[in-house]
Design a protein around this ligand. Structure first.
Ligand code: GLU
Length: 435
């Protein structure tokens, strides 16, 4: 029997309906967007309640023997927000600023992100409070293995599949895979994505998030009647996402005039040689000291007059404080949560076309899905095939969100939430409530 989740005809009563929630709290911020889309969808109160609560929240104490012989205890989290559409999927980040609310928001974003590109996953996220810059490789490995061991029973190809995120990479994923496999007594490649290609990783995964950003940016420019050739671009964040997005946009004829990382920004109105900057960062670990342009601050970078701004570094960089000064025509959110909810309203008023994070950076998890499929099938695709399928999904998803935004006269973010919430809600209605 299917449970009728529409039993009640009541309207959703959401907390503090007309107040913008705390801009600094990513979970509240995410929820305020969710609330708006849920209201427009006329989501029934039962489903509304279900989707406001993560399915599981785990906090771990992670004791680690440090290189100096002392024991340190780190705190780690794993939050599974929703698994109605499939196994939970989401990265693990190692960062001093990790906190429970952030991980909860990021897990929910993964649910919406997977649904917006229509891949059969739910959403999760993990994090460990630590500063990888201050840890040796051996310490990082011990943290990773102990964190993974603490999540045996949660992780698994059919239940929860991690991937890289802030300050984690292929090597960390290899440790996760190995630890999990040791506990299972056999090799399980599909428990994690973003692995080295040699051990079941997918070709094209490392570039996938940046490639996805490039694809939706081109789609946005076309929609706005702007030419990609010569379009000016500023990219904040020059890691895996920002550097690849810059490189691929450059290949498409755009002029990358500014790049930045935690050391600050570089402006060169003649165009930055992106490959040269990438080679510099490879050698020097950051843009610190890179001299082929004028030094600017990250705040200046965000407010440059450019056609496209790609925030690909940190959360909450576009807030109610600097949003009035933004001069970009298009914002492609390479990072999760770079724009706060109050900033959205200001950007809307200014006519900025924002490609929201859950669509803009979904290329990464899309190729994670391809990796999981390849691991499970034991058959691996060419890079061209991966890239073709990614292009198809990103372009189709962009069109679907744009269509909804036109139909409901809402911005791209609200449309993306509406699309993903409706997909998740449909599955909940079909599955009913197990009691
Ligand atoms: N950490 C990435 C994200 O936030 C990738 C997640 C994944 O591939 O599972 O989308």
């Amino acid at each position: 029997m299917t449970t009728d989740l529409r039993l009640s005809t009541d309207k959703i009563v959401r907390p503090d309906k007309d107040r913008f929630l705390n801009e600094d709290n990513p979970f509240e911020d995410m929820m305020s967007r969710f609330d708006r889309a849920a209201e427009l969808l006329d989501l029934e109160p039962g489903l509304y309640k279900i989707l406001r609560h993560p399915e599981k929240e785990i906090t771990l104490s992670i004791p680690v023997l440090m290189d100096n012989g002392e024991i340190e205890v780190f705190t780690g989290y794993r939050v599974l927000h929703n698994t109605s559409r499939g196994p939970a999927k989401g990265g693990i980040r190692f960062d001093p600023n990790v906190n429970r609310d952030e991980v909860k928001a990021l897990a929910a974003w993964m649910t919406w992100k997977c649904a917006v590109v229509n891949i059969p996953f739910g959403g999760s996220k993990g994090g460990v409070i630590c500063d990888p810059l201050k840890l040796s490789v051996a310490e990082l490995e011990r943290i990773t293995r102990r964190y993974t061991a603490g999540l045996i029973g949660i992780l698994g190809p059919d239940s929860d599949v991690p991937a890289p995120d802030v300050n984690t990479n292929e090597r960390v994923m290899a440790w996760v895979m190995d630890t999990y496999s040791m506990h299972m007594r056999h090799t399980v490649t599909s428990v994690v994505t973003g692995k080295p290609v040699e051990m079941g990783g997918s070709l094209g995964r490392r570039e996938a998030t940046g490639r996805g950003c490039m694809l939706v940016t081109l789609a946005a420019l076309e929609h706005l009647g702007m030419r990609a050739a010569g379009a000016t671009v500023a990219v904040q964040g020059f890691g895996n996402v920002g550097s690849v997005a810059a490189q691929l946009l450059h290949t498409q004829g755009c002029k990358v005039v500014a790049i930045g990382d935690r050391s600050g920004g570089i402006l060169n109105t003649n165009g930055i040689d992106v490959n040269d900057a990438i080679a510099y960062v490879k050698q020097n670990r950051s843009l610190d000291g890179y001299s082929k342009g004028d030094r600017i601050t990250n705040d200046d970078l965000l407010t440059l007059e450019v056609d496209v701004l790609v925030p690909a570094a940190l959360e909450n960089v576009i807030t109610r404080k600097n949003a009035p000064k933004i001069r970009a025509r298009v914002i492609c959110e390479g990072e999760n949560g770079p724009t706060t909810a109050p900033a959205d309203v200001i950007l809307d008023d200014k006519g900025v076309f924002v490609i929201p994070d859950i669509l803009a950076n979904a290329g990464g998890v899309t190729v994670s899905y391809f990796e999981w499929v390849q691991d499970r099938g034991g058959y691996f695709w060419t890079e061209a095939s991966v890239n073709d399928r990614l292009q198809q999904i990103m372009q189709d998803s962009f069109r679907a969100v744009l269509e909804l935004s036109r139909r409901h006269k809402v911005n791209m973010r609200t449309a993306a939430y509406m699309l993903s919430i409706s997909r998740v809600a449909t599955v909940h209605r079909l599955r009913g409530i197990y009691a």
